[in-house]
Design a protein around this ligand. Structure first.
Ligand code: IFM
Length: 501
């Protein structure tokens, strides 16, 4: 494995794009800004996106195996069968992180690798993999951060009804206990769910994610059972883990902007805020569903699946809240037409005839903001991250915050000499780190930043065509090549400072 074909004096630089609102002479956003000495610098991945080894050592299919093997569901029919082959190459991947000087690594556990039927006994071989990975990280001085669930529900549980069924939440708590018993002696930082919005609303609403179902009532039922699952798993983790362990959750709250200041457009923003963010933060942080959310969705469900005690169970004290952020949402109201065509929906969540926004699909339009976009078509707006950090600081006073995902896809390919230059990604990350720094200066307790992603990987329905990594992966040869952003980020992690221009 080559660390990089770039020579150390070829210091990577961000693209010349000035930060939003700055004069071109201002240089890259936040040059020279210094972070607290104990700030955690890491990168993130998830099991299905990198591991491969889909049928090895007792692992059974998850919903993503089934979905990606269903014709027409992913770009080019791509699957995670091999992905980055991390299951076999994890030692090299940890060595690479170590050479980059990253202090922390967030990964997820594949549920069907460690508990193949989603219920009952655990697979020792599956647990051994995560134990070896964790030990390798610890030996390299890298802090492991474990996510229990990053969208890969065991297919057997989907066959029994999936997240719209209450039992899935109970099964998740059992699974949490298994993983805690196996790894609790060596991992301190735990997150329960990753982006439950995507599991519920893309998986059961628009169907662009596994399992590909498209029923708005099921999407809301799924959201509730994910809230319950988070709470029950948090209790199970607290029960099994040492007192010093920290239990958190990774959410992808929306930074919603109304297109205008009219009451109608502000109301559209309120609706999307409820469906994107408060549907999870309500139960998890406050033990309630907000009245406006219940009213907006009343024609879809009466929420009778919420049983006594569920909201108290979902509302557990947390040791940290993890924010994943990429882009804001710009919305406006549309005239209500019962049977008219659905409004424009440029929400960045994939094309589908079915909406992931139950109750808002015919009254809210999504718009593409002006300005630069990443390869995903997502607009670049670091201010949204500062806003969200402030929001959680207000809503959960005293609870530390982490950014567990932030990054950008660009069409990176090696040049003639095998180097991969990605100045746009450096600029994106630098601007977002400046936005994090702003929140820190304003008193928000942010403890760490995890760049999505360590390496190019399986980007869900987009397959391998969208590259988010700071390390380029040639999926034919599995050769890893650190991009210039990896060297730049290594420098940030080493110095705790954004480089001068
Ligand atoms: O790749 C995904 C990740 O799995 C979850 N958050 C968003 C990333 C980019 O789309």
């Amino acid at each position: 494995m080559t660390l990089s074909p770039l020579s150390p004096d070829a210091t990577p630089k961000p693209s010349p794009r000035p930060p939003a609102g700055a004069s071109p002479a201002a240089g890259p956003a936040g040059a020279g800004l210094r972070f607290p000495p104990d700030f955690m610098w890491g990168s993130s991945t998830s099991a299905y996106q990198i591991e491969g080894a889909a049928r090895e050592d007792g692992r059974t299919p998850s919903v993503w195996d089934t979905f990606s093997h269903t014709p027409g569901r992913t770009e080019g029919g791509d699957t995670g069968d091999v992905a980055c082959d991390h299951y076999h190459r994890f030692r090299d991947d940890v060595a690479l992180m170590s050479r980059l000087g990253l202090g922390a690594y967030r990964f997820s556990v594949s549920w069907s690798r460690v508990q193949p039927t989603g219920r009952g006994s655990a697979s020792q071989r599956g647990l051994d993999f995560y134990r070896s990975l964790t030990d390798e990280l610890l030996d390299a001085g890298i802090t492991p951060v474990l996510t229990l669930y990053h969208w890969d529900l065991p297919q057997e549980l989907e066959d029994a009804g999936g997240w719209p069924e209450r039992d899935t939440a109970l099964r998740f708590a059992d699974y949490a206990r298994i993983v805690a018993d196996a790894l609790g002696d060596r991992i301190q930082l735990w997150t329960t769910l990753n982006e439950p919005w995507c599991s519920a609303f893309l998986g059961y609403g628009s169907g662009v994610h596994a399992p590909g179902r498209t029923d708005p009532a099921d999407a809301l039922r799924a959201a509730h059972h994910l809230n319950l699952a988070h709470g029950l798993a948090t209790q199970a983790l607290r029960d099994a883990l040492p007192a010093a362990a920290e239990v958190m959750v990774s959410l992808n709250p929306a930074a919603v902007r109304a297109r205008s200041d009219t009451p109608e457009d502000r109301d559209a923003a309120r609706r999307i805020d409820a469906l994107a963010t408060r549907v999870f933060t309500g139960p998890m942080l406050h033990g309630r569903y907000d009245e406006d959310l219940l009213a907006d969705t009343a024609q879809i469900t009466d929420w009778s699946f919420v049983q006594d005690g569920d909201l108290a169970a979902a509302h557990q004290p947390l040791d940290g809240i993890c924010v994943n952020y990429y882009t804001p949402s710009v919305v406006s109201a549309v005239e209500h037409r019962e049977d008219g065509p659905a409004p424009e929906r440029r929400d960045g969540h994939g094309a589908s005839d079915h909406s992931p926004w139950p109750g808002a699909d015919r009254v809210v339009a999504f718009h593409q903001p002006p300005g630069e976009q990443t390869e995903m078509g997502w607009s670049i707006d670091p201010g949204g991250l500062t806003e969200l950090l402030h929001r959680f600081h207000r809503e959960a006073p005293g609870v530390p915050l982490y950014i567990t995902e932030n990054g950008a896809a660009y069409a990176d390919e090696p040049d003639g000499e095998g180097r991969v230059h990605d100045p746009e990604r450096i600029a994106y990350v630098q601007e977002h780190l400046a936005a994090v720094h702003r929140a820190l200066e304003e008193g928000v307790d942010v403890r760490g930043y995890f760049l999505w992603s360590l390496m190019d990987n399986f980007e869900w329905a987009y397959g391998y065509g969208k590259r988010f990594g700071i390390v380029h992966v040639d999926f034919g040869t599995q050769r890893r090549t650190p991009k210039s952003s990896a060297l730049w980020y290594a420098e940030v992690a080493r110095t705790g400072q954004l480089p001068e221009a």
